[in-house]
Design a protein around this ligand. Structure first.
Ligand code: MOS
Length: 764
């Protein structure tokens, strides 16, 4: 009995996600595992080299693949000489459109529930070229070096088509189409914003641009695969195992059960680790050669065939009354896409919910260019949309002589300003206040007013916002043994963000077990669930599935508890979990361990599987993570060099599940945002459609010396309408960083830079 009161029992949460339902009991449970700064359980494996990544799995009789990439943007192959490559030492196969097996195009990502293809260009099926960098040949050899050498011997002659579109101006001249994101138009008008802007006493009306960005996860895109009988076995680095299995099944015309994808460790993804042509080509070559294949893209290869973030041109126009409240919020513009994908960088999403305004005009138009299919890249839309919107707020505040934080607080909406939905929980005002105090915002001076030696010192701020998503299709299996151990199985992903650790914490807490008693099994397409590690929704998707499975498990256990059990006669709503077993909620002494219960029933284990309820919560509430970001930097008066000296992120993301991994997510996102602000830019040759800087020597990302100490705080107020009270902590980190830096550059120098990245030539 003394022990019984040590821990509070956790009640079940069967109706959390139903509007009107009770909140998840875990959101109020304190002093347990949730929120604790637990170190990553996969950490020791990774730092000691014992974690096996996709390109490290051994297979008997392995062959190694190398790709040859097209050097024209659009047109056709008129001559192809592979004789020298075929005769080169160690070569097993040279595959081109002439001998590749017949394959269906990959269903493009987000066009169907499980579609994960980066593009839907036919993979090596004809002589047509669709972008500069498209694979035109794959060589298999006994070693990687032999394959790399042999591909260099292939001679291709092309004829460039007159319809190639490689400049943005030419693409615009052909006309634009309305953007569609997840089936919804990226267009919204409330009242007549142009007229209200024209009449507003205070206004700004400016243009911003953001360049193309390429994905550069540390781990290159890679797969090791083989046909084993009818089944394609693939060790991949991917953030969508179930989606990949289905997508490859469509390509090869087989049942998705016959594609088995595992991806236990992923060295970064950020939206890029989906299905691109290399997995399809490697699987096709493995079929032709009847040998296992390892394909590891070179860094250049990732730039050539894996899409990144596309360019944007944005107009931000804000009209305000004398008190700073907005009469008009206009955010419109153009993005480029390839003709073969489905990702119109939705940069207007932040403007839909961030601020109150009496009128809105939001619109993303798309134009098509012959280029690598662009794709999701950390906070797609929000990361660059907040550069425009939050720079615009700063420009308006300066024009009005208002403090930029004060301007934002005066436009805090009471409900979602464009849908009218109530917010599930919103703590951005508290985040601003806590951040302002901690950062020492009051030390900020007028633009150009603070100088230390040759350095101009400035402070800037910006808000970030990222939606809470929970995609349908989550499912989980829980297996409980008579030894009191549980295994939670779900086709989810660990890309380095701490999923396996956080999910072990959550499952242990929910079941009343210790972390050592719980195994979290994931990243295998044969496990239950269709769960994307994307949209910062994985924790919610897994959480909802585990809640459903937990409920089913307890119902089953109570059915097994016979007359001899202290739990006899209790219903699922009357019990809670604690200390490795179940108890009555109104009498914690009515308790039995899982082991004792199962032993009496004569079972060595029970196993249940359940699907998450549909994501109705997002239809009833406006749900978003938020941040208030503060940047201090120095700009050298002679060279224009920019050094970020301090950064603070003040976050409002609901309940934080793991203080350590969440802080790392925020910091990592902010570092990626510093790259977006100051360095990252894919150089695209508008004559040839060729990416000109396909290496980390020429495409710059922040290194340690570029990154100051990053201070992180959060409000930790639970969201009553989500599993565990948590919202996403992934993509919110990068969101708003570009504007916080740009606004600090303006404050330091008086120079407003509206075109990313803010390189030193732009501040001189
Ligand atoms: Mo993220 S761009 O949803 O991996």
């Amino acid at each position: 009995a003394a022990q019984a009161v040590l821990k509070k029992a956790i009640a079940l949460a069967p109706d959390v996600l139903i509007p009107g339902g009770k909140p998840d009991p875990l959101i109020r449970h304190t002093g347990g595992l949730i929120g604790a700064p637990v170190s990553r359980i996969d950490g020791p494996l990774k730092v000691s080299g014992r974690a096996t990544f996709a390109a490290e799995f051994p297979m008997a009789g392995m062959t190694y693949a190398a790709l040859k990439y097209a050097s024209i943007p659009r047109g056709r192959i008129v001559a192809l000489d592979t004789a020298a490559a075929e005769a080169a030492p160690g070569v097993v196969l040279v595959m081109t459109y002439r001998n590749a097996p017949r394959l269906r195009p990959m269903p493009a990502f987000m066009t169907q529930q499980k579609a994960a293809g980066g593009d839907d260009v036919p993979v090596m099926q004809d002589d047509q070229i669709h972008w500069n960098g498209q694979p035109v040949a794959l060589v298999l050899a006994d070693t990687q070096e032999q394959a790399d050498h042999a591909q260099s011997l292939i001679h291709v002659v092309y004829e460039t088509g007159r319809d190639a579109v490689t400049s943005l101006a030419a693409a615009k001249a052909k006309g634009s189409e309305p953007g569609l994101f997840q089936g919804e138009p990226l267009k919204l008008a409330i009242q007549d914003a142009e007229t209200m802007l024209a009449a507003a006493p205070h206004k700004i009306d400016v243009r911003y641009t953001t360049p193309r960005h390429n994905h550069n996860p540390i781990e290159l895109h890679a797969a090791t695969l083989a046909w084993q009988g009818d089944t394609l076995r693939i060790h991949d680095t991917v953030q969508a195992v179930a989606h990949e299995a289905w997508t490859l099944a469509q390509v090869f015309g087989i049942d998705e059960k016959h594609v088995h994808v595992t991806s236990p460790y992923v060295g970064g993804g950020f939206g890029s680790k989906t299905v691109w042509q290399h997995q399809v080509l490697a699987a096709a070559a493995a079929k032709l050669a009847q040998r296992p294949v390892r394909i590891v893209l070179s860094r250049e290869g990732v730039f050539r065939i894996v899409g990144g973030r596309t360019l944007t041109e944005q107009r931000v126009a804000l009209g305000a009354r004398a008190d700073g409240t907005l009469d008009a919020l206009i955010h419109t513009g153009t993005v480029a896409m390839s003709p073969h994908n489905n990702m119109p960088e939705p940069f207007i999403l932040p403007a839909k919910s961030a601020y109150a305004s009496r009128s809105f005009l939001l619109d993303v138009e798309t134009v098509r260019m012959n280029m690598t299919a662009n794709t999701f890249m950390r906070a797609p839309g929000e990361a660059v949309g907040t550069f425009g919107l939050e720079s615009g707020l700063d420009e308006l505040a300066h024009a009005m002589g208002l403090d930029p934080i004060e301007l934002r607080l005066r436009n805090e909406p009471e409900k979602d300003p464009t849908t009218g939905l109530p917010f599930s929980q919103r703590g951005i005002v508290e985040a601003w206040k806590a951040g302002r105090e901690r950062f020492g915002w009051d030390a900020r001076r007028e633009p150009g007013a603070r100088r230390e030696g040759d350095w101009f010192v400035g402070m800037g701020c910006a808000a970030g916002t990222y939606p809470y998503y929970r995609m349908p299709g989550g499912a989980a299996r829980i297996t409980l043994t008579d030894k009191g151990r549980a295994t939670v199985s779900i086709a989810a992903h660990e890309m380095g963000m701490g999923t396996s650790t956080a999910q072990t914490q959550i499952a242990a807490e929910r079941l009343g077990l210790t972390m050592a008693d719980v195994d979290f099994e994931y990243a295998d397409s044969h496990l239950p669930g269709v769960v994307l590690a994307g949209g910062s929704q994985q924790t919610a998707a897994i959480g909802a599935a585990v809640m459903a499975a937990h409920h089913k498990l307890v119902v089953k256990l109570l059915r097994l508890a016979g007359d001899g059990s202290p739990l006899s006669g209790l219903a699922s709503g009357e019990v809670g979990c604690r200390d490795g077993g179940l108890c009555a909620l109104d009498d914690p002494d009515r308790f039995e361990t899982y082991g004792a219960l199962l032993a009496r029933a004569g079972h060595d284990h029970v196993s249940v599987e359940a699907e998450a309820p549909p994501p109705l919560e997002i239809q009833h509430w406006s749900m978003h993570s938020h941040s208030a970001l503060f940047c201090e930097l120095r700009v050298h008066g002679v060279t224009g060099e920019i050094r970020v000296s301090r950064f603070l992120g003040s976050f409002d993301c609901g309940r934080i599940i793991n203080a350590k991994t969440a802080a790392s997510q925020f910091r990592g996102g902010i570092i990626m945002g510093l790259g977006l602000a100051l360095m990252e830019e894919t150089h695209f040759d508008e004559r040839t459609g060729r990416v000109m800087n396909p290496s980390l020597a020429d495409y710059h990302v922040p290194v340690h010396l570029d990154v100051p100490e990053i201070d992180i705080i959060w409000g930790d107020e639970a969201d009553p309408h989500t599993p565990m009270g948590a919202r996403g902590v992934g993509e919110i980190g990068i969101t708003g960083v570009g504007a916080a830096v740009a606004n600090a550059v303006f404050n330091a120098t008086g120079r407003r830079v509206r075109d990313l990245p803010i390189t030193l030539d732009k501040v001189m």
